[in-house]
Design a protein around this ligand. Structure first.
Ligand code: SF4
Length: 197
């Protein structure tokens, strides 16, 4: 069960209702470009940033997404036994914060790693979190936030997991703990030559 390109109920002008449903642009169950390793990528519908050169312009309108029960999405993720990490992308996950927080919180409870992309800066999200519990809940449920809009003049194909060099990979738990932005770095490791080589 993949949700990409399915035609199901539309939100039209209605609000994304609550924390039980999410409006999806699509899903990719075996992404290798939305964070390290093999990941299940969830692309939400709707993004107000309007970045020139957006990688997913069809995901920008708030209308037209596939309204999906979060329970069904979780079941689809769990049915994929190879994947232990999930990335929220879009679209703008922080424009469906209650739904994305409910999804991310449940994924964490089941042992998944969770990344999220956002066109907002972390500092702006943190400021809003003081007044919008769903934003705080979503920040509390993700491991790494890739923040900031896509800036075409700073586009680089050399970057891993970012489209443009203004975007940051933020270690969200460490940032929330310390109160200042802590960047996330991949765990470093060295390969040792086996003794019999
Ligand atoms: S934040 Fe992402 S999805 Fe939204 S317009 Fe910018 S590039 Fe597109």
């Amino acid at each position: 069960m993949h949700f990409m390109n399915e035609t199901l109920p539309r939100f039209g002008d209605a609000e994304i209702p609550d924390s039980t449903h999410i409006s999806l642009f699509g899903t990719v169950p075996d992404s290798i470009v939305d964070g390290p390793g093999l990941r299940y990528a969830v692309f939400v519908q709707g993004c107000s940033h309007g970045c020139p050169g957006c990688h997913n312009p069809e995901s920008q309108p708030a209308e037209g997404g596939t309204v999906t029960a979060i329970a069904d999405l979780l079941a689809d993720i769990e049915a994929n036994g190879l994947v232990h990490d999930v990335t929220l992308s879009g679209g703008e996950p922080f424009e469906q914060p209650a739904a994305c927080a409910a999804l991310a919180r449940e994924l964490k409870r089941r042992g998944y790693g969770v990344w999220s992309y956002s066109g907002y800066l972390y500092e702006d999200l943190e400021r809003r979190a003081a007044e919008e519990p769903a934003i705080a809940d979503l920040l509390d449920a993700i491991d790494v936030l890739v923040d900031g809009p896509f800036v075409e003049s700073r586009k680089s194909l050399e970057l891993k997991w970012c489209g443009s060099s203004n975007q940051r990979l933020i270690d969200v738990p460490a940032t929330r703990r310390t109160g200042s932005v802590q960047l996330w770095h991949p765990a470093s490791f060295t390969l040792e030559r086996p003794a019999n080589w």
